[in-house]
Ligand binder design. Structure first.
Ligand SMILES: Cc1cc2c(cc1C)N(C[C@H](O)[C@H](O)[C@H](O)COP(=O)(O)O)c1[nH]c(=O)[nH]c(=O)c1N2
Length: 253
């Protein structure tokens, strides 16, 4: 992907081309990993870098509402897996016909197979009831913890470590499995570990569950729903999405 802006608009603050390429490479080759985990332990120095990256995420009112609960024991993982299995069986019944059969064939977790689990949480009371930026949109603290997850996910990809997000739980069951008190919201249970390979495409895309959407369908101008193919931005988006597709294939090869 040609990530370099035209020379005239190059910011003096921009990273070098090599550094920018590395960032985009992490973004486009990051995958949700469910099944290719290796038993190789993730060294603490690597885990520490990944968790520190998570902690440097943006947060509403600088609330930093997250905690990171590291799970290594098979007994704890088993409890988490039991909670998943219950919700997963219920989830299958929510899909109809062919979709149900297809859902049942999907692998949607790597809880026992990954060496480390990390539960990212949100403490909604962390900095008191009135938070800068959360005064009117109350879920901003939850989104902040999600930002931490994304930082963690990208840092892990750069370290060659796979991450798989599991969200098929009754939250109360996950809380019970991990001893998380009622006032703390579980945001993500992440399966973390080295992998044999990263797939080029999302597994749900490969399975035919859903395709990747085109950028030009998603970008509106001035008013909701207003598309404009004549905007020069659209041609750039088409080129960059095509390049992103190619770069992920090259990365997988
Ligand atoms: C909030 C949230 C929750 C979940 C996910 C993601 C996110 C953002 N994903 C992963 C999801 O299926 C995956 O990101 C998409 O299919 C796109 O694939 P890549 O992440 O690009 O590989 C996910 N995957 C899975 O196997 N079991 C799950 O329960 C979940 N839950």
């Amino acid at each position: 992907m040609n990530t370099a802006p035209a020379q005239a608009t190059q910011s003096v603050h921009a990273f070098t081309q090599e550094a920018r390429d590395a960032i985009y490479h992490a973004i486009f080759s990051r995958r949700d990993v469910r099944g290719q985990f290796l038993p190789t332990p993730v060294p603490d120095e690597v885990l520490s870098r990944i968790l520190t990256a998570a902690h440097y995420a943006p947060s509403v009112g600088f609330m930093q509402p997250w905690n990171f609960l590291v799970v290594r024991s098979p007994e704890t993982k088993r409890r988490v897996h039991d909670a998943f299995a219950k919700a997963h069986a219920e989830a299958a019944d929510m899909f109809e016909g062919d979709r149900r059969a297809m859902y049942q064939r999907l692998k949607l977790e790597g809880i026992m197979g990954s060496p480390v689990g990390i539960c990212v949480t949100c403490d909604r009371e962390r900095s008191g009831p009135v938070v800068v930026g959360r005064t009117h949109m109350k879920t901003m603290d939850l989104y902040s913890s999600v930002c931490a997850v994304q930082n963690l996910w990208l840092a892990a990809r750069a370290e060659g470590v796979g991450v798989g997000w599991v969200s098929i739980f009754h939250p109360a069951d996950l809380q019970q499995a991990l001893g998380i008190p009622e006032g703390i919201t579980p945001i993500a249970y992440l399966c973390v570990g080295y992998v044999s390979h990263f797939y080029a495409k999302p597994e749900l895309e490969t399975a035919g569950w859903l395709p990747r959407l085109s950028m030009e369908e998603l970008v509106y101008f001035e008013q909701w729903g207003q598309r404009d193919d004549q905007q020069p931005l659209i041609a750039h988006l088409q080129r960059d999405q095509a390049a992103a597709q190619q770069s992920r294939q090259a990365a997988a090869a």
